[in-house]
Design a protein around this ligand. Structure first.
Ligand SMILES: Nc1ncnc2c1ncn2[C@@H]1O[C@H](COP(=O)(O)OP(=O)(O)O)[C@@H](O)[C@H]1O
Ligand SMILES: [Mg+2]
Length: 223
């Protein structure tokens, strides 16, 4: 589903602040699997997620989604692809403050058809938010908003779900519950979860260890 070949990502190229975020990364990700991307802060996890989802273009190297080379696709087409195929959950939830919780979850489908409303309510219920669906985001805690963002990413049956440090604002029990709900409602979507917390990757099919911009063998980092 994804194939990346020898990808390098350099921020602030040729400036004093130049940072080598990703160094010669090659990976293949298969569809329907759950991948964890694990590494310490600053190791390049978010950068790798941005490369896979084409939110950033690599400085060099190729990124394929299915057979399609993403490097040279125009921004409009990329935006279309992301809207159609990808679901995103970021550490910052980006909810819309003047919409209620239910309306926020329905944003990706842009519809209040009964089938979507029912799916939204079901997922919100599983995330423990059924009492809050007509409230506005500012009436909820950070952790509750994060769970709303999870429901929003699942509403439209994406083919790939990208999740970046989504459990940072959740206590351990809610984090595990949130991971269970994502796994239950992803309906065969490829799931790519970036985290520094291995305990939420118990169900992962594969864990990619990243260290200082490089993918490491488990043995190399000695755990
Ligand atoms: N927009 C940016 N501009 C410059 N440097 C950046 C930018 N984003 C990240 N970096 C640097 O790239 C490296 C990898 O960052 P990142 O991918 O965010 O790591 P992680 O998600 O694992 O914490 C770090 O050294 C970070 O400081
Ligand atoms: Mg990060």
């Amino acid at each position: 589903m994804f194939k990346i070949n020898n990808v390098n990502l350099i921020y602030d190229l040729k400036k004093e602040s130049q940072t080598y975020a990703l160094k010669g990364i090659s990976l293949k990700l298969e569809k329907e699997k759950f991948y964890g991307i694990l590494g310490p802060s600053g190791s390049g996890k978010s950068s790798l997620l941005y490369i896979l989802s084409a939110l950033k273009k690599p400085t060099s190297g190729e990124v394929y989604y299915h057979e399609q080379l993403l490097n040279n696709i125009g921004n409009e087409k990329l935006a279309q692809l992301r809207k159609q195929d990808f679901g995103f959950i970021f550490q910052k939830h980006f909810l819309i403050n003047y919409l209620n919780i239910l309306q926020n979850v329905l944003v990706p489908v842009n519809s209040s058809e009964v089938k979507y409303v029912n799916r939204a309510k079901t997922i919100l219920n599983e995330l423990g938010l059924s009492a809050h669906i007509y409230k506005k985001p500012y009436q909820l805690s950070g952790g509750q908003c994060q769970r709303v963002a999870i429901a929003r990413a699942l509403i439209n049956h994406p083919k790939v779900i990208f999740a970046d440090e989504i459990t940072a604002s959740l206590d351990h029990k809610s984090a595990k519950k949130a991971m269970k709900v994502i796994d239950k409602y992803r309906d065969g979507a490829t799931l790519i979860v970036v985290t520094h917390d291995p305990s939420i990757l118990k169900e992962a099919d594969e864990i990619i260890h990243i260290w200082d911009g490089e993918v490491k063998d488990k043995k190399e980092i000695g755990d």
